[in-house]
Design a protein around this ligand. Structure first.
Ligand code: SF4
Ligand code: SF4
Ligand code: SF4
Length: 260
């Protein structure tokens, strides 16, 4: 190999390595940022959605609020897939679900016909930076939520610096659609309420835990109650449930004796 060939081949190798390096770097950045970005309403489970969405952008065009955008290369998530960034623009939960209707592949499930049943994510409150939880008056997210009273409620919390109670927002996963309107409206510099993928933030109690107070074994169903004393076919009176104070020491004794 003469000097000229050597220089050309070295330059070609460096260019190829640079190209691979750039691709690898982009991949690393994508992976680092790919923390389950929010998707439009009706999106299938994440892996199925990624396979079924053809990145056509029809949902983007269909949304009258411009709530949906396509992930760009280098941004969190898979490039080309539709996403919603609530702090820019949330989903305004239009009744018509235009985005779902526009999807040609079913990646946005056409079976979703009621926007209140959408589960785009779950709103989570950072109680260390939420103004209400800090003892100030805010409640903006509560007032902005389209499912106020169901997805967000206000609950009384004792204030540390005075005798007055404060009202703090609490999100309920059974009703929150993950629309992100609360995140958009939150007045703190960085939103103190954010929509996240439920799998990242939700725990699971486990089947073996029994919440006894949710099952009242001593209370007969209303339909089985006799209509009056001595009524024909009347069931015998239900046993009087033991007073809570009678059962508590036993439960505590049991827990104590179970210790090694
Ligand atoms: S439900 Fe309506 S507002 Fe929400 S993203 Fe779809 S088209 Fe836009
Ligand atoms: S809008 Fe933000 S600061 Fe205000 S109560 Fe909701 S989470 Fe807290
Ligand atoms: S994301 Fe926020 S505004 Fe939307 S339903 Fe849930 S709590 Fe309400």
């Amino acid at each position: 190999m003469d000097r000229r060939q050597f220089v050309i081949q070295t330059a070609q190798g460096a260019a190829a390595a640079g190209g691979v390096g750039l691709g690898w770097w982009t991949l690393l950045v994508q992976q680092a940022h790919a923390a389950a970005p929010m998707r439009p309403p009706g999106a299938l489970a994440r892996d199925r959605f990624t396979g079924q969405c053809i990145k056509c952008g029809q949902c983007v065009k269909a949304c009258p609020y411009h709530s949906i955008e396509l992930v760009k290369t280098g941004e969190p998530g898979v490039a080309g897939l539709p996403t919603i960034r609530p702090r820019n623009l949330p989903c305004y939960m239009c009744e018509q679900l235009w985005c779902v209707k526009a999807c040609p592949t079913g990646a946005l499930d056409p079976g979703l016909t009621d926007v209140t049943q959408a589960r785009m994510g779950l709103a989570v409150i950072d109680t260390e930076h939420c103004l209400s939880w800090l003892g100030l008056r805010c409640e903006v997210c509560f007032r902005a939520c389209p499912l106020k009273g169901q997805a967000i409620t206000l609950t009384v919390q004792q204030r540390q610096i005075s005798k007055h109670a404060m009202f703090v927002p609490v999100v309920h996963s059974g009703a929150c659609t993950g629309c992100g309107i609360c995140e958009k409206q939150c007045p703190t510099e960085q939103a103190a309420i954010r929509v996240l993928d439920p799998s990242l933030v939700q725990g699971k109690v486990g089947e073996h835990y029994r919440l006894g107070w949710q099952h009242e074994p001593h209370a007969p169903p209303a339909a089985t109650l006799p209509s009056g004393p001595g009524a024909a076919g009347a069931a015998p009176p239900a046993a009087t449930p033991p007073a809570r104070s009678d059962t508590l020491p036993k439960a505590l004794d049991y827990l104590n004796s179970a210790r090694p």
